[in-house]
Write a protein that binds this ligand. Structure first.
Ligand code: ZN
Length: 331
């Protein structure tokens, strides 16, 4: 198993520049030997998982929600039968690993068959929250994406930050209620888990474990297809971060197809980035944060058509990673 910390750190800065400009890099494949349980393909162009705005200090005010797209109110479990987040580590939960072992880092599933995973990150920083409480609140929930996936019956996996779930409880409920959708963890407030991860606010090491555990606790009551998959903000991680998450019994999921959709101005480069890189077993990184990834819903129909032309079939992440060894630990 391959941990890609240094590479991610190295490419991050360069890629961020391209991503912000809507420019898409070509694939730069770095293959692991065939048969490796967990892939290590480079997160090629546009690694910037950058659907945040500025991540400056500050806390979100406690004012009532101002965004009409949001539905405030208490969070209710949709099935009432889900275990608390801290205990959702049984073998039946996709991505669950032995607590205490260093989490495996996965880029993609086996390169056989035709399944690929569409994954959508739902970022929410304190700065984004302030925007939501401003005079002209943006939407960080791209309903057009969800509408399209539902209309066409397309499976997908959503990496949710805890703060996004708190802002969009009704949409979270809708995602959880769809049997084709899986829910995963993208940290609580999209802080950086490494000292230098774009311009994200660094999360102190001593807070990392609690941050991710709190996010599971926030997502789990919604029920549906819960997982123990976790994606680092900005895909930034190092051994320290992985060590801090070891108690949580999870699998880290990066992705081998980075769409470059944050801050895109045109949909065509997103489509090209995805379709030029995608292969059987691919994990495609997209964003559902509308205002910070405004062209993703425009690109999605073309991506779906292109996948179909290539004989590739979207599937829940757990099914795409099905052949991997979730209990393994990286060396
Ligand atoms: Zn993100």
């Amino acid at each position: 198993m391959h941990v890609k910390n240094r590479r991610v750190a190295l490419v991050a800065g360069v890629v961020a520049l391209f991503a912000v400009g809507g420019f898409v890099l070509g694939p730069t494949p770095l293959r692991v030997p065939v048969g490796a349980a967990v892939g290590a393909t480079a997160p090629t162009g546009g690694t910037a998982d950058g659907s945040w705005q500025d991540a400056g200090p500050g806390t979100s005010p406690g004012s009532p929600p101002a965004n009409p797209a949001r539905t405030p109110g208490p969070v209710r479990s949709t099935d009432g039968g889900t275990a608390p987040g801290g205990t959702a580590t049984g073998p039946a939960v996709p991505g669950a690993t032995v607590p205490g072992s260093l989490p495996p880092v996965v880029d993609h599933g086996p390169r056989t068959g035709r399944k690929v995973a569409l994954t959508f990150d739902a970022d929410m920083t304190d700065a984004m929250r302030r925007q939501l409480r401003g005079p002209n609140p943006p939407s960080y929930a791209n309903l057009a994406i969800v509408d399209l996936l539902e209309r066409q019956g397309v499976p997908a996996t959503f990496f949710l930050t805890g703060k996004w779930v708190e802002e969009y409880p009704q949409l979270t409920r809708r995602l959880a209620a769809n049997p084709r959708f899986e829910l995963a963890n993208h940290s609580y407030g999209h802080d950086a888990f490494t000292p230098d991860c774009y311009h994200l606010k660094p999360l102190p090491r001593r807070e990392m474990t609690a941050d991710v555990a709190r996010t599971f606790d926030t997502i789990t009551p919604y029920g549906g297809r819960q997982t123990r998959y976790f994606r680092f903000p900005g895909l930034c991680h190092d051994r320290t971060a992985l060590t801090e998450l070891a108690p949580l019994g999870l699998t880290v999921v990066d992705g081998d197809v980075v769409s470059g959709d944050p801050f895109a101005r045109y949909w065509q480069p997103i489509v090209r980035a995805v379709l030029s890189q995608v292969r059987p077993g691919s994990v495609i990184v997209l964003h559902v944060t509308e205002a910070n990834a405004p062209m993703t819903d425009e690109a999605l129909p073309h991506i779906l058509a292109g996948l179909a032309e290539r004989g590739l079939e979207p599937a829940p992440l757990s099914e795409v990673l099905g052949g991997t060894a979730p209990g393994a630990s990286p060396s």
